[in-house]
Ligand binder design. Structure first.
Ligand code: AMP
Length: 451
């Protein structure tokens, strides 16, 4: 095992690390150290808890020379003010025996206060993108001396809608600089940013920590469309005793809300949802309600679920296969602990088969496929995204219900086409909950409720 002695650290850094009680660098720290020192661009895929902050702070402090210049040489951008505070604290811990000026700035604080602080001079500036931009355009802060740019939790930053601020900031930075980026999840947006602004970055990915795959029972369903996925999800969720703490991953914010509304209708008071468009308070409350068992179903997007501490999840339901196979591993790692096997269920349409194959290739495992139970209604209704492009163009005024899809791999087998009373489980549930047979027809349900 590599120890901190094996990294070429300076004495002041060795001393502070010893005082912190750390003996060995974490894998991301070991891998990032030489790359950050080399001056090359770097992209690290690592989650909170892997030691990623020290992974960039250590090599930066190792090579930062004493200077009296006012303008920062290192700029660290993070998505939230909490993270600004945390990162500044981490730097201060490590820099205990080094003379270095660290300053944290973020929105919600009087801008003049930050201007005054900036004028005092800083070597390392930690900032949220909005506040940094305000300071830079006010001309108090000069960014032309920045040599190293670190963007931490870039996936969260983009998900919060900071893309334009980021691009504006890039424009103000010197072209010759080192770019260092950390993200917990790889997304298309993150990849685009890397392609556009990074020069031949070295990529390091830290294997998903936590649950080994053997502790998770994985299954999958091939499902024709969104609304049929909803129908199946509802059927599964009727089994309250088994599905007692369920995390549902949605492909994006819009679908997270959509799924929430449809599931909430069937299971009022049992569901909560989180994504980056929800306020901090709403998110905190949702997580609390889920963790303390008041709500048994949580619907979340990949990026937002990343940093959450969620315990004892019985099932992870993947409403879609992820575009990046690693993200699927992050998702299912949320269930299953040593004592108890976790369960993961994947829904995939015909279009999503390729993404599913990639996930299976990464795991070197074929996820056992289950048949959609007979009693699950196969919906003909399509969402906007599911309808063919021409059709969307032609029929902007037509409701989605009017679109009748053609044959596809999901067409029901002949025996399943007949209208039936449901399987034994379905009948049992129907008896228990007195569900209307035409479940899925909102208006019908509403009428029933009113009676
Ligand atoms: P991070 O992933 O940066 O949020 O760090 C997670 C936690 O791990 C922080 O509280 C760090 O202080 C701690 N940590 C960082 N590096 C090490 C290390 N090499 N050994 C033990 N703990 C560490």
């Amino acid at each position: 095992m590599v120890s901190f002695q094996d990294l070429d650290l300076s004495n002041p850094l060795c001393n502070s690390i010893e005082e912190l009680g750390f003996t060995n660098p974490t894998p991301i720290q070991e891998e990032a150290f030489p790359i950050v020192r080399s001056g090359k661009d770097m992209v690290g895929i690592a989650q909170t808890g892997t030691g990623k902050t020290f992974a960039y702070v250590l090599p930066i402090l190792r090579d930062l020379k004493f200077s009296k210049q006012l303008h920062p040489r290192v700029l660290i951008l993070v998505p939230t003010r909490e993270l600004v505070v945390q990162v500044v604290e981490e730097i201060e811990k490590l820099a205990k025996y080094i003379t270095v000026r660290v300053l944290g700035v973020y929105g919600g604080v009087n801008l003049n206060r930050h201007k005054e602080a900036v004028v005092q001079g800083a070597d390392i500036l930690v900032a949220t993108p909005g506040r940094l931009y305000d300071l830079a355009v006010s001309n108090v802060l000069k960014l032309k001396s920045v040599q190293k740019l670190v963007i931490d939790e870039v996936d969260v930053m983009l998900d919060l809608g900071f893309r334009f601020q980021l691009l504006n900031i890039f424009d103000l930075l010197p072209e010759r600089r080192q770019n260092i980026m950390f993200s917990a999840t790889m997304t298309t947006e993150v990849e685009e940013l890397i392609d556009d602004y990074f020069i031949a970055p070295q990529k390091i990915a830290i294997a998903v920590s936590g649950t080994p795959l053997e502790n998770i029972d994985q299954t999958a369903y091939n499902i024709p469309n969104f609304y049929t996925k909803i129908n199946l999800l509802k059927e599964l969720l009727f089994n309250k005793s088994e599905f007692s703490k369920v995390l549902v991953f949605a492909p994006n914010k819009r679908n997270a809300d959509r799924i929430f509304n449809l599931i909430e209708e069937e299971f009022p008071g049992q569901v909560c949802v989180i994504h980056s468009n929800k306020t901090q308070n709403y998110r905190l409350r949702s997580i609390e309600e889920f963790n303390n068992g008041n709500h048994r179903i949580l619907i979340a997007t990949d990026v937002i679920a990343r940093g959450l501490d969620l315990q004892e999840i019985t099932h992870v339901i993947n409403f879609n296969p992820t575009d990046y196979p690693e993200n699927y591993m992050h998702r299912i790692g949320r269930t299953g602990r040593a004592e108890r096997k976790g369960k993961s269920i994947l829904f995939a349409t015909e279009k999503e088969q390729e993404a599913k194959k990639q996930i299976e290739a990464l795991m070197n495992y074929t996820i056992p496929l289950l048949e959609i139970p007979e009693y699950v209604e196969i919906s003909k209704e399509l969402t906007d995204e599911e309808r063919p492009k021409e059709d969307r163009e032609q029929s902007k005024n037509r409701t989605s219900q009017e679109y009748v899809p053609g044959d596809a791999f999901h067409e029901k087998k002949e025996k399943n086409k007949k209208v039936n009373l449901g399987g034994s489980y379905r009948r049992e549930i129907a008896k228990k909950y007195k569900k209307p047979k035409t479940r899925g027809d909102k208006n019908f349900n509403k009428r029933k409720k009113k009676k």
